[in-house]
Write a protein that binds this ligand. Structure first.
Ligand code: AHM
Ligand code: MG
Length: 339
């Protein structure tokens, strides 16, 4: 834990000194994400109360009528970032198509992709939820972006991060040089560097946590079933099961304590074509970039998540993410049984 009181802006100023040609614009973008994160955090904390007020027809403090929190989060992040002249487009899990930056604003060289409120089905139970974001460089010649700007493999990301609205609100990000975590100090209203240079624990220090929705066991491929059976029963160091059902929370715990999170395909409806729940662009790829920067790994079981070229904004993948040794053990197990 850091002993100094290093705020987001202090941290970015220091990071910027390592890049003499940096204009500071990218820093502005990340700072604006921090501002949006605080606004969403504030609303998430009041979600139960808002539910009561909403049903009574009240408006929130900004004069907006009470709306679904995931759409609220979409709007807050969009409004925080659309006018800065840094983005050409924004793509959100809440919308089918990407959204070009409005004509009234200047455009810029990046595209912002995000899942505004992941795990939102948990809100009513007061369980941790999160926002996941990913930033790519624009590659098209179209000023207000084209789909190709969004459909890039995760390896091309310039930045990725998440905001966890939990017992504390945390912002964790990587810009390709390590992973840094900030905790919102509600008294001062600032994100403070609390987890510099985050890394998955080594095998000796790992708490060996296995995170998967066991209720889907009968729908997984047989390779995953056998792998889970095998590590549950025969692992030398026993695994502990933990599953929140909010990807950001499950990933964050895996990053801190070690182990593996899995969301494999489900064969419930179609034996030949499994259904994959998690979206590559909004969920799997940004977390994979963070994982790799933190000495971890993300895989479909066969392929590195960061190498996948999506063919649509809603492209979905099976996901195994966690410590490098856990994910590679899963891959090796599947390969060994020809699954
Ligand atoms: P969402 O984006 O609609 O919230 O769905 C994604 C969520 C993830 O946060 C979580 O890992 C997963 O769905 C949980 O799914 P399940 O309830 O099927 O275990
Ligand atoms: Mg989601």
């Amino acid at each position: 834990m850091s002993r100094e009181f290093i705020t987001l802006s202090h941290h970015f100023l220091e990071q910027q000194r390592n890049y003499p040609n940096a204009t500071g614009k990218f820093t502005d973008l990340l700072l604006q994400i921090g501002v949006a994160a605080k606004r969403v955090s504030y609303q998430v904390n009041k979600a139960g109360l808002m539910d009561i007020l909403g049903s009574l027809g009240y408006e929130n403090v900004y004069g907006e009528s009470v709306q679904k929190l995931d759409m609220f989060s979409h709007n807050i992040y969009f409004d925080a970032l659309d006018h800065m002249g840094l983005l050409c487009a924004i793509a959100s899990e809440e919308q089918e198509e990407f959204i070009p930056i409005p004509e009234k604003y200047p455009t810029g060289p990046y595209v912002f992709l995000f899942d505004p409120l992941d795990g939102s089905s948990n809100i009513d139970a007061n369980v941790s939820i999160g926002t996941i974001f990913s930033i790519h460089r624009k590659i098209s010649q179209v000023p207000r972006g084209a789909e190709e700007d969004c459909l890039q493999p995760g390896r091309k990301q310039v930045c990725a991060g998440y905001i966890l609205y939990g017992s504390s609100t945390m912002l964790v990000y990587t810009a390709g040089k390590g992973v840094h975590g900030f905790t919102l100090d509600p008294g001062v209203g600032e994100f403070v560097l609390s987890h510099p240079n985050m890394q998955f624990p080594s095998p000796e220090k790992s708490k060996n946590i296995l995170s998967i929705n066991m209720g889907n066991y009968n729908q997984w491929d047989s390779g995953t079933q056998k792998y889970i059976d095998s590590i549950s029963r025969f692992s030398q160091k026993p695994y502990t099961y933990r599953y929140v059902g909010s990807l950001v929370a499950d990933f964050h715990r895996t990053l801190l304590y070690g182990g593996i999170f899995l969301y494999p395909g489900s064969h419930q409806k179609d034996a030949k074509n499994p259904y994959y729940k998690l979206r590559l662009l909004y969920e799997a790829a940004p977390l994979a970039f963070i994982a790799e920067q933190a000495r971890g790994k993300a895989s479909t079981g066969k392929e590195n998540i960061l190498n996948i070229f999506p063919d649509s904004l809603q492209y979905r993948v099976p996901l195994a993410i966690g410590t490098k040794y856990d994910v590679e053990a899963y891959e090796a197990y599947l390969a060994s049984i020809g699954s």
